[in-house]
Design a protein around this ligand. Sequence first.
Ligand SMILES: Nc1nc2c(c(=O)[nH]1)N[C@H]1C(S)=C(S)[C@@H](COP(=O)(O)OP(=O)(O)OC[C@H]3O[C@@H](n4cnc5c(=O)[nH]c(N)nc54)[C@H](O)[C@@H]3O)O[C@H]1N2
Ligand SMILES: Nc1nc2c(c(=O)[nH]1)N[C@H]1C(S)=C(S)[C@@H](COP(=O)(O)OP(=O)(O)OC[C@H]3O[C@@H](n4cnc5c(=O)[nH]c(N)nc54)[C@H](O)[C@@H]3O)O[C@H]1N2
Ligand SMILES: [Mo]
Length: 785
Amino acid sequence: MTGLRPTTSHWGAYGVRVGPDGGITVVPHPDDPAPSPLLGNVPGGLRHPTRVARPAVRRGWLEHGPGPAGTRGREEFVELDWDEALDLVAAELDRVRREHGNQAIFGGSYGWASAGRFHHAQSQLHRFLNTIGGFTSSRNSYSLGTSLVLLPHLVGSADEVLRAASSWPTIVENTELIVAFGGIPAKNVFVTPGGVTRHGTPGYLAALAASRVEMALVSPLRADLPDGLDTRWYPIVPATDVALMLGLAHTLAAEDRHDRAFLDRYTVGFGEVESYLLGRADGVVRDAAWAASICGIPAADIVGLARRMAARRTLITVTWSLQRIEHGEQPVWAALTLAAMLGQIGLPGGGFGHGYGSMGDVGDPGPTGRIPYLPQGRNPVSAFIPVARIADMLLHPGARYDYDGDRYTYPDIRLVHWAGGNPFHHHQDLFRLRRAFARPDTIIVHEPYWTSTARHADVVLPVTTTLEREDIGGGRRDTHLHAMHRAVAPVGAARDDYDILAGLAGRLGVVDAFTEGRDARGWIEHLYTAWRADLVRRGTDVPAFEEFWAAGEYRLPGGPGHHTLFERFRADPDAHPLATPSGRIELFSATVASFGYPDCPGHPVWLEPTEWTGAPRAAAYPLHLIANQPGTRLHSQLDGGAVSQAAKIAGREAVRLHPADAAARGIAAGDVVRVFNDRGGCLAGAVLTDELRPGVVQLPTGAWFDPLDEDPADEHGEGSPPGAGLCVHGNPNVLTADVPTSRLSQGCVGQHALVEVERWTDEPPRLTVDAPPRLVPRPGRGGTL
Ligand SMILES: Nc1nc2c(c(=O)[nH]1)N[C@H]1C(S)=C(S)[C@@H](COP(=O)(O)OP(=O)(O)OC[C@H]3O[C@@H](n4cnc5c(=O)[nH]c(N)nc54)[C@H](O)[C@@H]3O)O[C@H]1N2
Ligand SMILES: Nc1nc2c(c(=O)[nH]1)N[C@H]1C(S)=C(S)[C@@H](COP(=O)(O)OP(=O)(O)OC[C@H]3O[C@@H](n4cnc5c(=O)[nH]c(N)nc54)[C@H](O)[C@@H]3O)O[C@H]1N2
Ligand SMILES: [Mo]
């Protein structure tokens, strides 16, 4: 990496070469066998026209002060200098906490921000808000919000299942059949929070191909497994995996192919499951024919698959997308049940997996040691929301909601402070979120870019990207810890989140508590040194900071070997019981049953999505939309970058349709189309492919939300009437429902929606998110207001 500035990202480590004109080129880390295509978005993203140049304040907020405002996202901004902006923000934080208490500050600030352990935006913001008395927080993630709540009830821990899944080498060596619900999508495996330096999964997929492991791909999309594997594709109707799993389970039980000894020794509750399969209570027999009528896979194929599963070393894996749908608990629970019936949980390469292909580090045999992190302090405020309930909270302060067996009340939020996330990308039903964002008195956003979230703020504070600051970085199972060197000077007037928050802390009289007297370099050195001391104490020889920094990286010592939770448990369930009430795998959970939630009873069940039953939606919107992760970027990040832009069609996100569905609607490849339902619509560019199930369309997430402004004179800010909003760029979250997976976990359901598609015959409106919003200079500084 000589002559290169080392750094890392959520999609992998790389070096930066700075040209004489200040432009950059990006060189993958030499140890990376499969560098991510997403690196191609970095050079053009760095100084993209949508960078926020200076602090900016919504004109109405500046003129009239804090208060609810329906015009957020539709007004011009006034540019201020840093001191003015920080004075305003500090005064407003202080007003809100004095008048309403710290609970009125929402600092959940969900989002991926960027790699780097010190400048991790959420850690910085939470640490700051804790020093000024705390904030209402958010729990869990959009990624795994449902499994994180469910799995502890079933196997005692979510974390261990995900971190200590059977490793890829073990699978390549032992597994004979992989039944992959949601596939193992190659597009996703480059990404891990903090990054992985050596992307191993593409190589393991190639090794699976060479070893001729049989693959059963259960997915509406053929692309969820790469070509070249021994694949049989089961093109399932979206959201019906549970029916298929129950049909498989029924076949195993009916043909006595299930492992009764395993079920007796290692699980509780199979009796309840069996009664349900046999329809003892309701007369509905969940056999292969019943399953076929729901999931669209022929009964003979279901029976055949069940027999193959029972006869081979079988790994059942479920992508995280399957729990990002209504009743998302059920596919995870049903897959675990099926794996328990096969009796292979805890055998090398057999049993249950969750997230192979969802994240780069699932199955990675890399080290599991801790890497340095920024301490966030303690939050004195106990109020929280499950992360995806943000719009409900803002729209319904004081309302009650259920979560994991308890009842809570939504706090009354006056101020939202966000750093490192893009809710106008990640949340569902964005036109509803827009109405929710009209409610608080003040919204503060730290962002490098004029994202749609920044456009819906009152105060936008411009932030550096990783290339403009120093840091240390690495992922959860990374082989390397990286020194992230500054490559270029801050763009415009951008500052680090840390400097911004230190400036606010100074104004609020808590600068010492927040900074502990260190600058950024001081903190990086401090975090590294404390981490190193711990390793040295345990006998590992780790270089001192100066040496590490000069070398640009440190190769982490190997892990403790790959012992999975289930291997230990299988070896001796009495010595290593699971952390469940029974110490066993709970196929029936008395705890979950005791909550009495109709949308999540005590064992896995088939529940029809309300998206389908909510008449007249199903009739009016007959197509199943899959809104999955984009292969061309990380979420909404660097949407302006070259790789992301190259895949757009007429400047819009590409929507994939089956040729038969397109023909029925007079749509040709390359047409601009409107994808819509009763929540709203978006424009997208049509791509035709027979590699998806007819009746399914796919539009990935992450195109920056670009609402066509309904009525600029709409002073009340009601925005579009429900259903009338249009995003001209192709963000699928205008279509998805803002409802929870269930009362148990309150996860998001962004992966699916029912839609219709039609050809757009007018001239497509031009995009506005590819340039900054209207900006005016501060009056008295050479400008007028
Ligand atoms: N329909 C649908 N919606 C979904 C999903 C789905 O499957 N379907 N998936 C969901 C999932 S799994 C996730 S994880 C979420 C992702 O949602 P987010 O994590 O919110 O998405 P990102 O685009 O990564 O947003 C990160 C933001 O941080 C900014 N940023 C980067 N570095 C810094 C920094 O140093 N400081 C500051 N202040 N900002 C920075 C970036 O510019 C970007 O705007 O989306 C969810 N939304
Ligand atoms: N390139 C890239 N990689 C990423 C990300 C990114 O933004 N870009 N985001 C990262 C993040 S934050 C996360 S959480 C993970 C998410 O990882 P996942 O949730 O696994 O990823 P998705 O691509 O949303 O979904 C995987 C596949 O599930 C299939 N699927 C959808 N619905 C159904 C269904 O009902 N049944 C079946 N059987 N299959 C279905 C879809 O065809 C889809 O391609 O990805 C990570 N990797
Ligand atoms: Mo995620």
